[in-house]
Design a protein around this ligand. Structure first.
Ligand SMILES: Nc1ncnc2c1ncn2[C@@H]1O[C@H](COP(=O)(O)OP(=O)(O)O)[C@@H](O)[C@H]1O
Ligand SMILES: [Mg+2]
Length: 251
């Protein structure tokens, strides 16, 4: 049984005269890597903006984890666990990898008075460190736990971003062009990592991508948009064979 983590139904968004999203219905199945592709201007980023509360839809309904989130403010949607890559605060460059993950954790409800008494927080602190290491292992950064963040490469920073989202309690990560600007071997590694994260944790991915040559082989399910509409959906092999997809990409 495939239960959706995200279900958008008939979502429409207009900018003045332009219909950026025209009756878009899209589902992300729990624990899947769902790919959203399409040429420039198709409406992919607008879709993510509407789902994460940055923009309000003119029409339609969006459910996240069974909750109606249509039109809710971004912080609320974020707190439910729908996290968009650029919402994750920039890492603190002078802090270590581990410290950056700890900072992102949710249960940092510190009482000034409580903090005077070590025995009140030391247990929690250990638990957080344990959890942070578990996450760092999953994203492949555990060996670099004590590195200052400024020493990391571009791909490692992407993975730190994912680690911080997981630490913040993300259930669905929306990544807008995560491999942008990286060479093919790096890009493949990032997708490989996303897949293994998905295997090890209760998390789903909605990945927007442009370079379908790389992304398709990692997707569980694919949606194709063009000019505000979903023009195709299916498995990667369905999509490759679809003449309409070839048309929007080549023509
Ligand atoms: N804030 C905005 N105001 C007006 N038009 C916008 C805005 N955001 C996006 N658009 C337009 O909506 C369409 C879809 O854009 P976008 O969602 O960024 O596409 P994609 O991410 O697929 O390249 C484009 O024609 C774009 O110019
Ligand atoms: Mg975009």
């Amino acid at each position: 049984m495939s239960i959706p983590i995200l279900a958008a139904k008939s979502v429409t968004k207009r900018f003045y005269g332009l219909t950026a999203l025209d009756n878009v219905s899209l589902t992300v199945v729990r624990n899947s890597l769902t790919l959203l592709i399409g040429p420039n201007g198709a409406g992919k980023t607008t879709f993510v903006n509407v789902c994460t509360g940055v923009l309000k839809p003119d029409y339609g309904r969006i459910e996240f984890n069974g909750i109606d989130i249509t039109g809710l403010p971004p912080y609320k949607i974020y707190s439910y666990g729908l996290v968009r890559s650029f919402q994750i605060p920039q890492p603190f460059k002078m802090l270590t990898v581990l410290e950056n993950v700890l900072v992102a954790m949710k249960n940092n409800n510190e009482y000034p008075l409580k903090s005077l008494f070590k025995r009140f927080w030391i247990k929690e602190e250990y638990k957080n460190i344990e959890k942070a290491f578990r996450i760092l292992k999953v994203v492949g950064l555990d060996k670099y736990w004590d590195w200052e963040t400024y020493k990391l490469g571009a791909g490692q920073l992407k993975m730190l971003e994912v680690a911080r989202a997981l630490a913040a309690g993300a259930k669905l990560l929306a990544l807008d062009e995560p491999i942008g600007g990286t060479d093919p071997s790096y890009a493949n590694r990032i997708f490989d990592n996303l897949r293994s994260i998905k295997e090890m944790m209760e998390v789903s991915f909605l990945v927007i991508e442009h370079r379908i040559d790389i992304a398709l082989k990692y997707a569980d399910y694919v949606y194709v948009m063009d000019r505000g509409r979903v023009i195709a959906e299916g498995s990667s092999s369905d999509i490759v064979k679809n003449p309409r997809v070839a048309e929007v990409y080549l023509g």
